[in-house]
Design a protein around this ligand. Structure first.
Ligand SMILES: Nc1nc2c(ncn2[C@@H]2O[C@H](COP(=O)(O)OP(=O)(O)OP(=O)(O)O)[C@@H](O)[C@H]2O)c(=O)[nH]1
Ligand SMILES: [Zn+2]
Length: 355
């Protein structure tokens, strides 16, 4: 398989030349587990580790390779390679690191499009769509909304749901599908662009795995099935988190992808809730929080029914979450800075032989 088949492009080749990486071979990270990587190259899928230098110069977790990354590699043994450097990333999807206040964790990189999957039955919730949209807008990933399980509802209900979504979410394509009846699947398949990388976002049970199996024509193992089988000590090498479809599209599906949910950027919110941002220009106070202020254009618009009330409430909720996240990040930076100072002082002491 050629590099192009799993997403390589002229732009990435230019980066390779710019960064003086032409002496190395190129691969794409397709799986990561505790700093053991699998890299897809033209020769096949190879086990990989990072060089000591890359580890030594890494300041944060973001400096380590992630699924989706293009990397400069060299072979050191049969089927084993060393990762020397990571190519600059086009897009990054990240989230709050679990159990680590204020730290981010990269879920996947270099994703072009995200399928925001929602089932039309119990899961249907436009607030949640807006949440995933904000993640896409934060990461510069283009969103496509997928309404799944349409076999469970009739056409009138579907038309109603579609218009509800489009009323609140403008300029994002919406595709209705069913993995059961196969309705809409062909249309979705045709919309997938060769050489572009996709990911699946959505709650548990909406049908992401079913869709992936459907699109790939294969029964791929579920990530949770894999972790339970490795627990039993079975050797699992067949699982890949980056899948190349027959029509040339590439899909990243890894365990972390399924836990993405926290909003952490102003830009992302501003794009998702563009209408609110536009209105806020007419608020009396520049720092209006649109909650209790007089002459607040946003509140006025909610009152008149022009602005959807649930969309407004969803915006406030995510805004609060974002603020909380930012304050924990700021706190952490302060702590790190203090720690850095301490290390420096210690090193100086050592140098002057006083330690
Ligand atoms: N009726 C109907 N059921 C579906 C459809 N697609 C998936 N399902 C069912 O919904 C359930 C959940 O589907 P999965 O594909 O496992 O959902 P998932 O999003 O991968 O879930 P997680 O792995 O927990 O993230 C399964 O029982 C599927 O058979 C559909 O189009 N119609
Ligand atoms: Zn206001």
């Amino acid at each position: 398989m050629k590099l192009e088949h799993f997403g390589y492009s002229d732009k990435i080749e230019k980066l390779r030349i710019q960064k003086n990486l032409t002496d190395f071979e190129v691969g794409r990270i397709i799986s990561e587990h505790k700093e053991r990587y699998i890299v897809k190259t033209e020769k096949g899928e190879l086990d990989a580790e990072i060089t000591g230098n890359l580890r030594y110069t890494a300041n944060t977790r973001e400096d380590f390779p992630a699924v989706g990354d293009w990397v400069a590699i060299s072979e050191y043994d049969d089927d084993k390679v060393l990762i020397h450097s990571i190519f600059p990333r086009k897009t990054i999807i990240e989230r709050h690191a679990v159990g680590k206040q204020g730290e981010k964790q990269i879920i996947a990189t270099n994703i072009d499009f995200a399928f925001i999957v929602q089932a039309v039955d119990r899961d249907f919730n436009i607030n949640r769509i807006e949440r995933y949209l904000t993640i896409c807008n934060t990461s510069n990933v283009k969103p496509i909304i997928i309404l799944n399980k349409i076999d469970l509802i009739n056409d009138t209900v579907l038309t109603d749901l579609m218009s509800k979504v489009q009323e609140r979410v403008k300029q994002v394509p919406v595709i209705a599908i069913s993995n059961e009846s196969q309705k809409g699947i062909e249309r979705l398949r045709k919309s997938i662009v060769k050489g572009k990388t996709y990911c699946l976002l959505g709650s548990s049970g909406v049908g992401k795995s079913s869709l992936l199996n459907n699109l790939s024509g294969k029964q791929l193992m579920k990530t949770n099935e894999i972790s339970s089988s490795t627990n039993k000590g079975r050797h699992v090498t067949s699982h890949r988190e980056l899948i190349v479809l027959e029509n040339g599209g590439i899909i990243i599906d890894n365990p972390g992808m399924r836990e993405v949910g926290i909003v952490n950027s102003t830009d992302g919110l501003d794009i998702t809730f563009e209408a609110i941002i536009e209105l806020s220009k007419d608020c009396k106070f520049k720092d209006c929080t649109h909650t209790t202020e007089v002459d607040c254009a946003v509140l006025k618009s909610v009152k008149s029914g022009e602005l959807d009330k649930s969309s407004y409430e969803n915006y406030l909720k995510m805004e609060r979450e974002k603020e909380h996240f930012e304050s924990t990040v700021a706190e952490k930076r302060k702590k790190d800075k203090n720690f850095g100072k301490m290390v420096k002082q210690f090193k100086n002491l050592k140098k002057s032989n006083r330690y």
